[in-house]
Every structure is written in C-alpha cells, then in structure tokens.
Design a binder for this molecule. Structure first.
Ligand code: FES
Length: 241
C-alpha cells in the first residue's frame, strides 16, 4: 500500500508521506511556513505558534499536525500573516533585542522573520524588562535579554546532547530560561561542542571569542531571506517541467 497522501495547501496540490506533518509536507513541496520553535533535528515543541495554519476553519500548529488524505490547508492568507506579524512584534517588545549591536545579527531567525514580514518597528510599546546576562561560563554567554523562550536549547540539550543543561522556570510573564545548576551557567556541564548552542535561533546563547568572524552584511540572512532555501525547491521543480 502506498504511503502517499495528497492534500491541498493554498490551492496547491501537495503529495506528502504518511507520518509527515503539514510543515514537513509543505517544506518538501517548496512552500515555506514560518517557524521559530521547530527545527529539523528536534521533536516539535509547538510553543511559538508562528506556524499556525487553518484546517477546516480551525487553527492548528503545522509543525505537529499530521497530514491526512484530502486535507485542505490555508497558510499564506492575510489574517494568518497578520497573526504571525503580531507574534513576531510581541517577541520583540517582550525582550530587549538590540539588533544593530547583537552578534547574531544577520544570522538571527527572529530578525530575519521580521524582515520577511516587513516589520521595521513593533506596533506595541517596549516593555524593557530587566533581565540578567550570565557570563560565568568560560566559553559561552547566556543573555536572557534576547531569549524568546522557544525551548530549542532545552530540547537540544536533552535530545541531542543527552544532558539537561537548560530548563524553564516560572509561569506566564515570570517564565524564564534557567540553567540546571545551583546558580550559574559555569556550574553546568555545558560544553562548547553541545548542540544546544547551535540550536538557539537568536543571540541568547553565544560563543565567546568568535564574535564577528563573518562580517555583518555577509551572513546567512543578509544574503537571502529566511525561507528562501525552501522556496527555491519549488522554483527548481517548476523549471524542470
Ligand atoms: Fe510550530 Fe513553533 S514552529 S509552534
């Protein structure tokens, strides 16, 4: 029996495989659905909700919703893009994101999404929360000002590094990323080679002494918008026809 499943995303017929999520089937078809907490190597956390799409008039997270035969998905619509823009806006004002002086600028997924959605300034007032920077570790900074609580470092530490260096504490507006140690990052067993460090989409986890090795202006999202590597697949397929 074939594992192929046919669905429609924004009126484009897409063939996915049994067990895939909407996001994975869309990626394979060259349709980019924005995401922040999802990353290929990790189990989905479904916390950021940027990947929200509509199925049968109901919002679902594309990163966790399995595809089914005949499913009709709406993704690139004005209301959904407005919702996504709002979420991105809120992430900016909830933290302290100083892009022009951030080492992650140009490689930051949050910044790249803001550019993709044409956001030049948030529409909500900045909250300017007081957040600490933990520079105790010999090789790594943890800057809470830039953390968007996507949970990627928490999952990467557990699933890929076999450790439990990071975890969340508190609830609601008090929720924050913490380290699994008495007090400081230096007290954990975090190593420079840990995947948890590579998993951060923003500049909350940064390696020391390697800043600006690639100049701003020549970084990943300086050269191409986020999502364009996925959309290029669809263009290549269209050219082959
Ligand atoms: Fe799906 Fe974050 S990417 S909820």
């Amino acid at each position: 029996m074939s594992d192929a499943i046919t669905l429609t995303i924004d009126e484009v017929e897409v063939t996915g495989r049994k067990g895939q999520t909407i996001l994975q089937a869309a990626d394979d078809a060259g349709l980019y659905i924005p995401r922040l907490c999802w990353v290929k190597k990790l189990k989905p956390g479904a916390t950021c909700r940027l990947c929200t799409v509509m199925v049968n008039n109901r919002p679902v997270a594309a990163c966790t919703q399995p595809i089914t035969e005949g499913m009709i998905v709406l993704h690139d619509t004005e209301p959904l893009n407005r919702y996504r823009r709002n979420l991105i806006d809120m992430m900016f004002v909830e933290g302290n994101h100083m892009c022009p002086v951030c080492e992650k600028s140009g490689n930051c997924e949050l910044q790249a999404l803001a550019y993709r959605f044409g956001i030049t300034a948030p529409q909500y007032p900045y909250l300017f929360p007081r957040r600490p920077v933990d520079a105790s570790h010999p090789d790594v900074f943890l800057d809470q000002n830039r953390c968007i609580q996507c949970g990627r470092c928490v999952r990467a530490s557990q699933e890929l590094d076999g450790k439990s260096v990071f975890q969340f504490f508190g609830r609601g507006a008090q929720k924050k990323l913490g380290v699994n140690a008495e007090a400081r990052l230096a007290d954990t067993n975090l190593n420079l080679t840990d995947e948890a460090l590579n998993s951060c989409p923003v500049g909350a986890l940064l390696r020391k002494r390697v800043g600006y090795a690639i100049p701003v202006g020549r970084r990943l999202y300086d050269l191409q918008p986020i999502g364009s590597e996925i959309e290029a697949k669809a263009r290549r397929a269209a050219n082959r026809k």
